[in-house]
Design a protein around this ligand. Structure first.
Ligand SMILES: [Zn+2]
Ligand SMILES: [Zn+2]
Length: 185
C-alpha cells in the first residue's frame, strides 16, 4: 500500500516535471524559429508577442470558466480535490495545445505573425504552469513571492466548493475577473 502510494507520488512528480519542462521549452523553440525567420522589425514582432500574451490570459480565463467549470467539469473537479494527480495536468497537454494554437494562428495571421503570437501565448502558458505549481506545491513561497495571485487562486479553490459561488478564474492575472465581474478579494 505504502509502495503504491510512493510510486504514484513519483509518477505524479515525473509527470509534473515533464509538463513544466515541455511547456517551458516551447517558448524557446518558437523564439529560435522567429530568429531564424524574422523579416518584420523587432518592435512589430515585440508588439505581436505582447498581444499573444494578452490573448493567452483571456484564453486562460475563458477556458477555465467555460470549459472546465461548465462542460468538462469532472477532470477539473479532481484537480480541485487532488491538485497533482496526472489527470489534473497531463504533460502532453501543453505541447498539443501549442501545436494546435500555432497551426490556427499561422493560418489566421500568416506564419511569421502567427509565430510571434504563439510565442507570447506560450510564454503565458509556461508562466501559468510554473505559477500554478508553485501555489499548490509551495504555498509559503507563493505567499511571499506573489501574495495577490496566491490569494486569488486560493479563493477560487475555496469558492468552488460552494455551488453557484464560483469566482476568480484567472490564474496569471486578476484582470479578466475584474472585467467580467467574477473578481472576489
Ligand atoms: Zn477551477
Ligand atoms: Zn489550482
Amino acid at each position: 500500500m505504502l509502495n503504491a502510494a510512493m510510486e504514484q507520488k513519483a509518477t505524479d512528480g515525473l509527470n509534473l516535471r515533464l509538463s513544466i519542462a515541455s511547456n517551458t521549452a516551447v517558448p524557446f523553440l518558437l523564439f529560435g524559429l522567429i530568429l531564424g525567420k524574422a523579416s518584420t522589425d523587432i518592435w512589430t514582432s515585440t508588439l505581436w508577442v505582447l498581444a499573444g500574451l494578452a490573448i493567452y490570459t483571456l484564453a486562460e480565463y475563458v477556458f477555465h470558466r467555460v470549459v472546465l467549470h461548465e462542460f468538462a467539469t469532472e477532470g477539473h473537479r479532481l484537480h480541485h480535490v487532488e491538485p497533482f494527480a496526472p489527470h489534473a495536468m497531463p504533460f502532453s497537454a501543453g505541447l498539443s495545445v501549442h501545436t494546435a494554437m500555432l497551426v490556427i494562428l499561422a493560418i489566421s495571421f500568416g506564419f511569421e505573425l502567427g509565430l510571434c503570437i504563439a510565442l507570447g501565448s506560450s510564454i503565458g502558458y509556461a508562466l501559468y504552469c510554473q505559477l500554478h505549481e508553485l501555489i499548490h506545491r509551495d504555498p509559503s513561497l507563493a505567499r511571499r513571492l506573489v501574495p495577490r495571485l496566491y490569494r486569488h487562486h486560493m479563493l477560487h479553490h475555496r469558492a468552488d466548493q460552494t455551488e453557484g459561488e464560483e469566482n476568480n478564474f484567472g490564474v496569471l492575472t486578476t484582470m479578466w475577473d475584474r472585467v467580467f465581474g467574477t473578481y472576489r478579494a
